[in-house]
Design a protein around this ligand. Sequence first.
Ligand SMILES: NC(=O)C1=CN([C@@H]2O[C@H](COP(=O)(O)OP(=O)(O)OC[C@H]3O[C@@H](n4cnc5c(N)ncnc54)[C@H](O)[C@@H]3O)[C@@H](O)[C@H]2O)C=CC1
Ligand SMILES: O=C(O)C(=O)CO
Length: 327
Amino acid sequence: MKVFINKRIPEIGINMLKEAGLEVFIPDHDNLSREEWLSYCKSHDMILSVGAEFKYDKDFFNECPNVKAIALYSVGFDHVDIQEANSRKIPVGNTPDVLSKATSDIAFLLMQSVARRASYNFEKVKVGNWGDFDPLHALGQELYGKTLGIFGLGRIGFEMAKKSKAAFDMNIIYHNRHRNQEAENELGAKYVSFEELISRSDVLSIHANFKEEQKELFNADVFKEMKENAIFINTARGGFHNQKDLYDALAEHKIWGAGLDVTNPEPIFKDDPILELSNVCVLPHIGSATVEARNGMAKIAAENLIAFSKGEKMPACINPEVYSEKS
Ligand SMILES: NC(=O)C1=CN([C@@H]2O[C@H](COP(=O)(O)OP(=O)(O)OC[C@H]3O[C@@H](n4cnc5c(N)ncnc54)[C@H](O)[C@@H]3O)[C@@H](O)[C@H]2O)C=CC1
Ligand SMILES: O=C(O)C(=O)CO
């Protein structure tokens, strides 16, 4: 069976696939056009898919009838039409858990960076404006005992909550599709309505998996209900926030600041006015960018395809229903 990988991943995953007897093809350049990508997909049985640039939508499935399995090199799967995959009984794997610590580290880092005005202060040093000690200048806010609101308390949200509780004894409130009993028992996390989450959070951190219905859920109507000292953190998907509304809320100091590892659109335009604001920290989607997480992702993605090639269930499968439908 032949595997197409659209971009080089850590060797550990490639070696596992080859050792399992699978033929692996990786193009010699990264910036594939959609046409090139499609032509490679068409001639392979399995895809190890890196990044969310190309969508696995109805058109893809219609054009690539030979593809039998997809292993995403991500935990997020908002670029895959799962119903279409299900209707063709194509299992789709993802990479849960191995990146939860790394991604929540970035949410935590952004929370502190915004609270202590890191981008403003970095810029001062860079332009040679260190300045004298000033008791009233460049003051941040402390996070001790503040309220952290988590939207989407799953794997990454839980890691963020644990760190914030341990470091700053923050009160954790959350809004999720289901109650998270573990977080309630271990951290005293309190389940609240969406409205309560917005109005009570000193830090609001987004960790839900994105669906089109939730597009720009965090918009002017939400920002106007947030506290003036509130910090908005998004490490989930840029599609969750309306970036113009976020800009307005930040520029007008309706909220304290924002930390973004994901933007809308992504990548962010170089001249996006939000980048000019001193109360914003933006990172280029590096949540899972550690050696440990990326190796773990390569390993799980390879395990998913190897299992499939042996006629077994993928160990990390987004749509396990394809197996029960088969039997
Ligand atoms: N910045 C980065 O590099 C990375 C970003 N991510 C993003 O983080 C997301 C979360 O990952 P995990 O924690 O592993 O997923 P997860 O599935 O463990 O947690 C997501 C939680 O959000 C909840 N949720 C979804 N929609 C909701 C809604 N409308 N209202 C309330 N709760 C809702 C779900 O019930 C679930 O508990 C991924 O889907 C991905 O988009 C993941 C890894 C790296
Ligand atoms: O895994 C994901 O969903 C990412 O965004 C990148 O690791």
